[in-house]
Design a binder for this molecule. Structure first.
Ligand code: FAD
Length: 549
């Protein structure tokens, strides 16, 4: 039976044979560090992977006010975590305790070693994942500190961006904790500078854009100036699957993602119908695993990379990003999915991020403890959000326009909603008006049958109504249906844009070499499994197309 104790999974000891393999491997270097010398420091980019041969290495958390020991590695143990594979900065520091001798392995070399030795990957990957999990659950690891008030939409944006990208962070609420003002004063700052991002005692940024933040914390690097075999736009399940298959089959692959890997699935607190996870899996965990897998094969995944335009130059397609960068491709996969429509009632825009939300994750749920909340929608995402929020909120008011919960929601979920005592389903109901100044105060609901209007005092409304495709950045050569979803395969065979040398492949758009997969594709099944299936399948068509050109 495999060992599932998180501590022993996180901190295994390699046997003598494996250590000897590391010693013989041409990709590793034997290095000596004197007592107290740093092997790596929190914030270091491209920090190495170390296997302890002699002596000890102490892992320290230096992100809080005082340094704390996380663990001490002895001979046969190794220092490192997921950042060694994804290329993000180290989150902890490592110091030699006593004179220490270690094998040092670079990130590229580690990828080669893991790809060549699946047995070793079986030990190291679970350890990396378990270490991050233990750190997250320790309750004492500060990570980045975000300082700002709860009523600020920018504070919410920064926290949300970090959480979606799985960057460990803590929030210092300037309204709840008067000492936070003293902390700001130490940096010569006031409340008007918030949100402020700190790393240990170092000021990182004041009210950064997502791109500035991504660059500062190592989520985004400049791309190599070359023509990529495959540029995927969107890192939802479809884009991530294409990245894994593309990179593992030798295509130079980059995934351009505007917010964070995971897409809509990343917002799900429990996906229960994805094959292989009988107990369900959170969308965030599924995305983390996929990112690790795609990175292991060498795919690049720069976030805060919004594609604003696709153009066709003489040498092929070029993707233009919002910051002015351009990425050249031999093939493009459109995997930009869909997003929930804005609620379209008065106050909705102004209160976005200040009480009106389009996802229900632990960040939003933490604001709902013991209070009433409103969830709008009757599909699976609304059902999942209602059940998840019911564990925190006093009452969840589920606002449904029709009169049947089972029409658009999977029946297991509809039953769970009906059986949760603090979910109140309001049929024939719509949101009439939102009330609030800086933050949401109340939601006015109207029953369309009786005309009865009722106000629910609540700090949060979650909206999950009809999804629209994210295709406004595409040129006319890429044909779309009446609702804006991208047409592919037989549907574009007669298109005036299709050159007609051969029939288009099943996932090919009206422009040869440009493919579409997942929710963004016209006629696709809007599910995680089908998005993953289409993303993987698209890579096969990319190979076919490249054989031809
Ligand atoms: C809350 C919720 C719960 C769900 N639960 C389930 C479930 O339990 N089971 C199930 O099977 N399905 C579920 N679904 C549906 C499922 O998540 C989607 O079908 C799936 O995520 C579609 O994947 P995708 O990759 O096609 O698109 P998406 O997941 O929509 O991903 C698209 C990605 O593209 C990015 N993007 C968009 N435009 C650009 C641009 N211009 N430049 C760069 N990047 C861009 C987005 O930021 C996003 O990350 C759920 C959906 C939601 C919202």
């Amino acid at each position: 039976m495999p060992d599932h104790d998180p501590q022993s999974v996180a901190f295994p000891t390699l046997d003598d044979d494996t250590l000897a393999d590391f010693g013989r491997c041409s990709l590793t270097t034997l290095r000596r560090f004197r007592d107290g010398e740093a092997l790596f420091r929190a914030g270091d980019r491209d920090s190495k992977f170390f296997v302890v041969v002699r002596g000890r290495v102490e892992i320290m958390d230096e992100t809080g006010d005082a340094p704390k020991t996380v663990t001490v590695h002895g001979p046969g143990e190794f220092a490192g975590d997921v950042s060694q594979v994804t290329g993000r900065p180290a989150v902890v520091s490592g110091y030699a305790r006593g004179d220490a001798e270690v094998y040092e392995v670079t990130r590229e070399a580690l990828r080669e070693v893991l790809n060549a030795h699946p047995g070793l990957a079986d030990v190291i990957f679970p350890a990396f994942i378990a270490r991050r999990q233990l750190l997250r659950e320790s309750g004492t690891f500060a990570g980045l500190r975000v300082v700002g008030p709860p009523s600020s939409a920018d504070t919410f944006r920064v926290r949300d961006f970090l959480a979606k990208n799985n960057v460990l962070s803590t929030w210092l609420d300037t309204e709840a904790d008067p000492q936070v003002a003293d902390l700001l004063a130490q940096y010569g700052l006031t409340g008007s500078d918030t949100p402020v991002v700190l790393f240990g005692r170092r000021l990182v940024l004041r009210n950064p854009s997502n791109r500035e933040l991504a660059e500062a914390v190592g989520l985004r690097r400049r791309l190599e100036p070359k023509v990529y075999d495959l540029v995927v736009v969107g890192a939802g399940p479809a884009g991530l699957a294409a990245a894994v298959y593309g990179a593992s089959e030798g295509l130079s692959t980059v995934v351009l993602e505007q917010t964070a890997p995971g897409g809509q699935a990343g917002r799900s607190m429990r996906i229960e119908n994805y094959l292989g996870f009988p107990a369900g899996i959170t969308g965030g965990e599924l995305a983390d695993r996929a990112v690790l897998q795609a990175s292991k094969f060498g795919a690049a995944l720069p976030v805060a990379s919004q594609v604003v335009r696709l153009a066709f130059g003489p040498a092929g397609p070029v993707l233009h990003l919002d910051g002015g960068e351009a990425v050249a491709a031999r093939c493009v996969l459109i995997a930009t999915g869909a997003e929930y429509r804005l609620l379209g009632v008065e106050g909705c825009d102004r209160l976005g991020g200040r009480g009106v939300y389009y996802a229900a994750t632990p960040i939003e749920a933490a604001m709902c403890r013991g209070v009433d909340v409103v969830v709008v929608g009757a599909g699976n995402s609304a059902g999942q959000a209602a059940v998840f929020l019911a564990s925190q909120a006093r009452v969840v008011h589920l606002v449904v326009r029709g009169d049947d919960l089972h029409k658009n929601m999977s029946s297991y979920l509809a039953r769970r909603v009906e059986q949760t005592p603090n979910i109140e389903v309001l049929f024939h109901t719509e949101v009439h008006r939102l009330a609030g100044g800086d933050a949401l105060g109340a939601v006015e609901l109207v029953n369309k049958r009786t005309g009865e209007v009722r106000a629910v005092e609540c700090p949060a409304l979650f909206s999950f109504i009809g999804a629209v495709p994210r295709t406004d950045w595409l040129p006319p050569e890429v044909e779309r249906d009446a609702k804006g979803f991208v047409r592919t395969g037989p549907a574009v065979a007669q298109s005036p844009h299709w050159p007609g040398r051969r029939p288009p492949f099943f996932l090919e758009t009206s422009r040869p070499g440009v493919f579409a997969a997942g929710d963004v594709r016209s006629g696709s099944v809007k599910r995680v499994a089908s998005a993953v299936g289409e993303g993987s399948m698209a890579v096969q068509f990319v190979h076919e197309h490249l054989k031809d050109v």
